[in-house]
Design a protein around this ligand. Structure first.
Ligand code: PHE
Length: 336
């Protein structure tokens, strides 16, 4: 066949075949048919030397251009087919790459753990606002305006009567205003005091408040509930100690400690060589608080307690600096 005809033939029939090929094997077959030792284009190039000079130049140029075009077309097709093959080898039923799970912040974990213990004892969960009035945060809790008990709760105040609550105790008032006894509630939440940050203080921290009001509630009920909590949270072998204290809204009041969970009461750095760790404040609800919410103090008695979540979490996880909870350092958080 005339070389010109053959070139036409390649363009008309072989080029489209390259386009249509669907497998690497078929592509190789077409390549051999065109460019292999006995390929159609190879034979044209081989036959060039038999042609007259003018024709040789013309056909030669055209054949070489076509060879280049075909070579790059085949290369491109090869890449296409390879990437398609990779996609078709993707198995969507295989398990995916593991996604690292997040988890609850240690303070949230501790809060939930504490609340769960009290829930099992029949306490309900209530929350209150973080922005309070002086009345709910202090006045109704029997802190008179100039009482020195306010000094340890230096507050962030807004214009007017508003302040950031310094304790969760105002929730006691809000709950008693809304409901009649019997009452058994715990109330977790943020509190704020004008403290400078150090290893054991931050201007924002968390408390969990507890309140039980009914007829015939006694100090032994308070002791029993707190002992149940301490054993459930810190272990059956911890001992409890009540030391007389003062809060305006409870009478009598106590500071409650557990035997040091690190040295088992022998005395170490964590417990300041006393063998005891203070974990919360508590007491019997002051009659004036009952009068403030319209309860009859002759009919009802009750107990209240309040604990710092950070403090409890520091004891549980042996953390020696409260600020670590708020630095969001994953090296710290991932351990807890
Ligand atoms: N609200 C008290 C405080 O922050 C703690 C407390 C709560 C004490 C309930 C007694 C009863 O210091």
């Amino acid at each position: 066949m005339q070389p010109e005809k053959l070139l036409e033939e390649i363009k008309k029939n072989y080029l489209p075949r390259i386009e249509k090929v669907t497998s690497l094997q078929d592509l190789e077959k077409v390549r051999v048919e065109i460019l292999g030792k006995k390929g159609i284009l190879t034979s044209i190039l081989r036959g060039l030397k038999e042609l007259p000079l003018e024709e040789r130049k013309r056909i030669g140029r055209e054949a070489n251009l076509l060879k280049e075009e075909i070579t790059s077309l085949i290369e491109k097709k090869k890449e296409d087919l390879k990437s398609k093959k990779e996609i078709s080898q993707f198995d969507p039923t295989l398990p995916s790459f593991p996604i690292p799970y997040g988890k609850l912040h240690p303070l949230t974990q501790v809060t939930e753990e504490i609340i769960e213990i009290f829930r099992n004892l029949g306490f309900q969960v209530f929350t209150g606002p973080e922005i309070e009035t002086d009345y709910y945060n202090f006045e109704a809790l029997n802190f008179p305006p100039d009482h020195p008990a306010r000094d340890v709760q230096d507050s962030f105040r807004f214009e007017g009567d508003w302040l950031l609550r310094t304790q969760t105790s105002p929730v006691q008032i809000r709950v008693m205003e809304r409901f009649s006894p019997p009452i058994r509630i715990v109330s977790p939440g943020r509190c704020f005091r004008r403290d400078n940050p150090d290893a054991s203080h931050l201007p924002m921290f968390h408390q969990i408040e507890g309140l039980a009001v009914d007829e015939n509630i006694t100090f032994s009920d308070l002791k029993g509930v707190l002992e149940e909590f301490a054993h459930a949270f810190f272990g059956e072998d911890v001992k409890m100690r009540f030391v007389p204290s003062f809060f305006p809204f409870t009478e009598p009041s106590a500071e409650v400690s557990i035997s040091c969970i690190i040295c088992k009461g022998k005395g170490c750095k964590t417990c300041g060589y006393t063998g005891w760790l203070e974990i919360l404040g508590a007491g019997m609800v002051h009659p004036q608080v009952f009068r403030n919410v319209g309860y009859d103090p002759e009919k009802y008695t009750g107990f209240a307690f309040g604990m710092g979540v950070e403090r409890i979490a520091m004891l549980k996880y042996r953390v020696d600096d409260i600020r670590l909870f708020y630095e969001n350092d994953l090296r710290f958080l991932q351990q807890l």
